[in-house]
Structure formats: structure tokens, C-alpha cells
Design a protein around this ligand. Structure first.
Ligand SMILES: [Zn+2]
Length: 256
């Protein structure tokens, strides 16, 4: 198999030399892989759109010893509206960074591919900041579940008792929700309400065409973001650079 065709979403594109790029692709059938795209930074290159981050493209690859080379590419969807708006662009950038970091190389991830594609289509149409944030949280929740990092939300992660009533907490090192009795002894406990626990569960299963109906208060969105970030930073042992960019962006837009 020296030449092969993939359908892929471009997660990342970094410059190489004068005119080339190294792409990180999430392919539909072969998982995440890196490939060199030669000459694509030349102004007249007709392939430019197909190798930009967020683009969904059909790509012909030539198998190399260390890295494969793009020989042909054709754009399926460039998601131009994501690039039109700073919020959509920042959150899409974060989603790409998270996906690049979390996925192993060359392991088929078809479920993640279709989730990411659905999320990009939703993001492209999202007008409000709240909806953009909600879409991002849904992606995080589902991506973690698909890759086996799902937190325990139904029962206490320590003792297994039901947690549907009463005061609860969330501990990233313990891997989920804690009942009142286990809170005092647990490490790094974050506050979480019963309402937020229910929202988190809902995000794992709500039909994506209905998310416009889900109205979360600003403080609920913020609490969900903080809890998910702490959970991911603990388990992935990494903080995404684009998270800091989003925080800066929030500060700037709150000042105006
Ligand atoms: Zn407990």
C-alpha cells in the first residue's frame, strides 16, 4: 500500500521550510496521523483550503518511511463561518488542540471522527457565546467517555453509595462524584451541585439536534468548565495552551 486515500479533518498545520506544512490529521478510518504537504504555502496553491485547520478533506497520501506525503487533496468542507468569528475560532482551536493531544497515533477512532465532524457543523452555526461554550463542553464530555476517561457520576466514586440527593463534591484524583460522607477525607474536592451533576449526565446523551433547547445559566457553564478542566488536567497531565487564550479573550470581551 504505497498510495492510499483518506477522508480527514485537519487538526493542526505547522510550517516546514519555505513552502511546506506538516499536517496532523484525524482520518475517518486510520485514526490520527501526521503527513507532509509540499508546496501548499505558495500563494497560488489550489490545495491551500484543503490543508487548513478545521477543514474536512479527501486526501491522497503516499506512504513514506517516517512520514506520509500528501499527493492530492480536495476540500469537502472548510467551515468558513468558524473562521469568521473570534469566539468560534478560539473554541474550535481549543477543540483541535485537545483532540491532537488526547488521541494516540494511528489507532482507528471512527466514533471520535464523526463526533468532531458533528461538533464542527454545530459550531459553525452557533451564534451566541453560551452556545459555543456548551458545544465545547459536550465535545469534552463525549470525547472523554469515548476514550475511557469517563468520570463516575451515578454513584459515589469512593464508596459506591447513591448520590442523587444531598451535598456532593467532585474529586479529579478519585475520578468522579463523592457522597457527603466521603467528602472530608478526599483529595482536591471541587464543589458541584446536584443540578450540575444532572447536566453533565444529560450532555452525554442529549441528541445534538436538540442542544439549542438546553439553556444553562452563566454560572452553571462556568462551573462545568472549571470542573471539566480540573478533571482533564489531572488525568491528561497537561494544560492546553488555547485554554489560556480563551481566558484572555473572555477578559478582553468582558471589558468592552
Ligand atoms: Zn461515598
Amino acid at each position: 500500500m504505497s498510495l492510499y486515500k483518506v477522508e480527514a479533518i485537519v487538526l493542526k498545520a505547522r510550517n516546514l521550510g519555505e513552502a511546506d506544512k506538516i499536517l496532523t490529521l484525524l482520518t475517518k478510518n486510520q485514526g490520527k496521523l501526521d503527513a507532509v504537504a509540499k508546496g501548499v504555502r505558495k500563494i497560488k496553491s489550489k490545495n491551500r483550503g484543503a490543508v487548513q485547520p478545521f477543514s474536512q478533506s479527501r486526501i491522497m497520501l503516499y506512504q513514506g518511511k517516517s512520514m506520509d506525503t500528501v499527493t492530492q487533496c480536495e476540500l469537502i468542507s472548510g467551515f468558513p463561518k468558524i473562521r469568521d468569528n473570534l469566539d468560534r475560532l478560539a473554541y474550535a482551536g481549543y477543540i483541535m488542540e485537545l483532540t491532537t493531544w488526547i488521541l494516540p497515533e494511528k489507532e482507528p477512532q471512527q466514533e471520535v471522527y464523526f463526533l468532531l465532524l458533528a461538533i464542527l457543523h454545530l459550531l459553525q452555526k452557533a451564534e451566541s457565546k453560551e452556545l459555543i461554550q456548551l458545544i465545547t463542553r459536550i465535545y469534552e464530555v463525549r470525547l472523554l467517555n469515548m476514550l475511557g476517561y469517563q468520570p463516575v457520576l451515578e454513584v459515589c466514586a469512593n464508596c459506591g453509595q447513591p448520590v442523587k440527593t444531598g451535598k456532593i463534591g467532585f474529586s479529579p484524583p478519585m475520578g468522579g462524584i463523592l457522597c457527603y460522607n466521603c467528602l472530608a477525607e478526599a483529595p482536591q474536592v471541587l464543589p458541584i451541585t446536584q443540578g450540575l451533576r444532572a447536566v453533565w449526565q444529560l450532555l452525554t446523551k442529549i441528541n445534538l439536534t436538540n442542544i439549542h433547547r438546553l439553556k444553562l445559566r452563566e454560572e452553571e457553564l462556568l462551573a462545568l468548565e472549571k470542573t471539566l478542566q480540573s478533571f482533564m488536567e489531572y488525568h491528561l497531565e497537561h494544560r492546553m495552551k488555547s485554554v489560556d487564550f480563551i481566558h484572555e479573550l473572555k477578559k478582553l470581551t468582558n471589558c468592552t
